[in-house]
Design a protein around this ligand. Structure first.
Ligand SMILES: C[S@@+](CC[C@H](N)C(=O)[O-])C[C@H]1O[C@@H](n2cnc3c(N)ncnc32)[C@H](O)[C@@H]1O
Length: 395
């Protein structure tokens, strides 16, 4: 078994605030390293009730059949949250906002409501710096997915089967000047082949939301796939960073942060989602371990293929001994979540152990992979939290 000399331990904290994200006052200024979120989508009917409850203008515009006025009033609710994000994000922190556009007929007029464009202009007006965005394919197989006049021109409309992940940064690049910051960054690396997939601007490989949500929870929550949040967190945050989701919903971002070894804070206005969040957290440990196994197994398969075509790779990972394409992957290391402990009604902690990797005959790419071994970790419930302290800032 390849291991580094120092065994690193990790514990993360996660806190849910049940309330309105237009006021994020429980979260301290400049305390968040990454935001991953998906707001209620303006002009999608399932969110009308939520917006009407937060804005009399929305209710009035919808009742008068004034679509564009309702669209603008809904975005003015969201604008207040974006302004709060600016306050709580550290300089150099990134925000990833998942959003889809809407189409709707109001007062007999069929119109596109371009949510992604409206949100991006609001973010720019606040001062955020735009970065290249992701488009992800959200497939629908519904037989009635095509809209309009069918096979007759010119009244048919293309189906919206994609969503955006808008990516913006507060100011310029983050600095990693301390030795521990540099080490944390090296260990939080992803594989070269993951970079090639994740940093392509169109994602075709994301499946729907968490399978175990009941149909009514899924309809009510608009949950995005945990993999979407997990990928964004691995791309834009270091292990030990704090991730915020101001529209927590069923908790996909929090679950992904737990799986990836990042701290998290969630805000959610609808308390009836509490059981769905808890159910997701209950599934996190097996989900995360399976995902880590997949990443390790996929890497071994990638190396085998690559070395067959191009000969031996030049670098080796110091923790696992397997070959990697670049020197930046030498320190890359996974931490397996072992157990989640509920500290109070709204706070959770997760303990981790560095992930082992099964040895093979050669520990090279041609060896046969055995099933990855689970780490032996004392159940977290039997451990004391460090000084009883909450490591998350802001509460
Ligand atoms: C698109 S859903 C988020 C889904 C979430 N990503 C998930 O995976 O379940 C938007 C969520 O924002 C919540 N919400 C709406 N307005 C809010 C507000 N002002 N403050 C906090 N949460 C709000 C809704 O109740 C809903 O759960």
């Amino acid at each position: 078994m390849h291991r580094s000399d120092t065994e690193s331990t990790l514990q993360t904290r996660h806190h849910i605030f049940w309330g309105d994200a237009t006021d994020l006052s429980p979260v301290a200024d400049a305390s968040v390293d990454l935001v991953v979120t998906s707001p209620p989508y303006p002009m999608i009917e399932m969110w009308d009730r939520v917006f009407k409850a937060q804005s009399a203008e929305v209710a009035q515009a919808l009742s008068r059949g004034r679509g564009m006025a309702a669209f603008e009033a809904m975005h003015q609710v969201l604008d207040r949250v974006w302004r709060e994000l600016w306050r709580v994000m550290r300089p150099g922190a990134i925000a990833c906002i998942n959003i889809g556009d809407a189409v709707r007929t109001i007062g007999g007029l069929f119109t596109l409501y371009p949510n992604h464009a409206r949100i991006l202009s609001a973010l720019l007006a606040i001062g955020f710096n735009p970065l290249p965005a992701v488009i992800w394919r959200k497939q629908t197989n519904a037989p009635n997915k095509f809209m309009g006049s069918g096979m007759l021109p010119a009244g048919a409309y293309v189906t919206l089967e994609h969503e955006f992940v808008l990516v913006v940064r507060k100011g310029n690049k983050r600095n990693f000047s301390s030795a521990s910051g540099k080490q944390q960054r090296q260990e939080s690396a992803y594989f070269w082949e993951e970079r090639n997939l994740w940093f392509s601007d169109v994602w075709f490989d994301l499946k729907g939301s968490r399978q175990k949500l009941s149909k009514s929870e899924r309809n009510r929550s608009g949950a995005f796939p945990v993999e979407l949040a997990y990928r964004l967190i691995c791309m834009y945050a270091l292990r030990g960073d704090t991730v915020l989701d101001p529209f927590l919903g069923t908790g996909s971002t929090m679950i992904a942060a737990m799986a990836a070894g990042r701290h998290s804070i969630g805000m959610e206005i609808d308390r009836s989602l509490e059981d769905a969040v808890q159910a997701g957290i209950d599934e996190m440990v097996p989900w995360a371990n399976e995902r880590i196994d997949q990443r390790l197994t996929a890497h071994r398969a990638f190396v085998a293929e690559r070395e067959k075509k191009h000969g031996p790779l030049r670098h080796r990972n110091v923790h696992y001994g397997f070959p990697v394409v670049t020197g930046q992957e030498r320190q890359l290391r996974f931490h397996r979540p072992a157990a989640v402990r509920r500290l109070d009604k709204a706070t959770f902690s997760v303990d981790y152990a560095p992930a082992d990797y099964p040895e093979t005959e050669t520990n090279g790419p041609a060896g046969q992979t055995r099933a990855p071994r689970r780490p032996s970790v004392e159940p977290a419930a039997r451990r004391e939290p460090p000084n009883g302290q909450c490591v998350l800032p802001g509460f």
